[in-house]
Design a protein around this ligand. Sequence first.
Ligand SMILES: Cc1ncc(COP(=O)(O)O)c(C=O)c1O
Length: 450
Amino acid sequence: MTIRADESPWAPPPHAHLWPDTARVDGAGRLWLGGVAAARLTGEFGTPLYIYDEATIRARCRAFRDAFTGRWLASAVAYAGKAYLSPALCHILLDEGIELDAVSAGEVGLAVASSYPAERIHLHGNYKPVAELAAALDAGVGRVVVDSLEELERVESLARERGRRAAIWLRLNPDVETETHAAVRTGHAGSKFGLDMAAVDAAARRAAASPWLELVGLHAHAGSQLLDVRPAVRVTAFLCTAAARSRDTHGLAVREISPGGGLGVAYTPGEAPPTVEEYAEAVTGALRAGVARHGLEPPRLVVEPGRAIVAHAGVALYTVGPRKRAPDGTTLVAVDGGMGDNPRPALYGARYHAALAERMTAPAAERARIVGRYCESGDVLVEEMMLPLARAGETLAIPVSGAYQLAMASNYNLAPRPAVVFVADGRARLVRRRETLDDLLRAEVMDRTD
Ligand SMILES: Cc1ncc(COP(=O)(O)O)c(C=O)c1O
């Protein structure tokens, strides 16, 4: 069935801003996503299960596109595939006119195999192995984002071997501090990413002199899960200054400027990240000011959101298992997934919200810690929250699960990775089947040779 916002007795879930746009709760308190009952999804596909709401992904793509092109006409949105990538997602990106930021031959290969045009892909990475660079150039990626002087030489020689100029951006280290977790901070002076100003000068000089390199743009990225627009403003201003310097020193006209991605999202009820509009206003304002200040030819602006496009579209569904009481009175509620499909709490201390999918409006009854099934004490999905008394067999839903979860999932403990289902207009389609033991054994050499 299809749900319209005005239909009653459907209601948005509590803390609606954490859930996909189409999330609704029916009169019996049951969660529906994309017009499909969560119970139907778990019944048909099992758990752990990742649901993506197509309408939310499309709405976020459009919000970014409209917010940027409305303020700076020559703008493009390149989705950062590292947040989550699948053929089904590539098809949506293509429909919505979104470019792709990839970081490996794997991501490029998946996109190209999904009929996503290689020329709309930018290849990032602080160390792209030669074979991956070669494969990306052979596939025809649109831009290689050069991260070191060694890489510049490598790209030049690969382009020469192929008799085809390579279009490049230089990734700069903007030396911008951010208030985010150290592991997702990328634009500070000690970061492994990007070239410092001396290296930028050397790279620009070399690119200007090379018949095999076309220096098209400059890029920098401050970090991820940023709850403040100031780093993006500083990065954009910094890139304008660097573009002026490349023009004045090397006669290079920088045609594209990319301040990366990083817009944060709310994971828990109290968080309030900037809106896409506020972010676009800040970035395009800084660009406009930088262009005026340095008398630059207005460049094409390329922003690279990842998390802000897919995070809220995703919901992880788990089956509740055993309960235990911790000495401090907290109830430990175990679920059938955990750090294998969502390593973010263990990696970054990330915090999440959760709800019981069949009793979305039941009153909270106990202090619960939601723990996973993996043999690791740090396998905790939610450190502490008030939850209705969760019974074994019930479905626990964790919203804001669309970004950097499946993309970072592992087979730790040789647990199969979950199935993924896209929902839209009352229909559910499997886009990745649950892994099986055969999948886990596929790369193992099984012959006994001793
Ligand atoms: C170069 C670059 N662009 C874009 C992104 C996407 O960041 P986010 O998912 O926070 O928008 C990243 C992530 O770290 C990145 O390194």
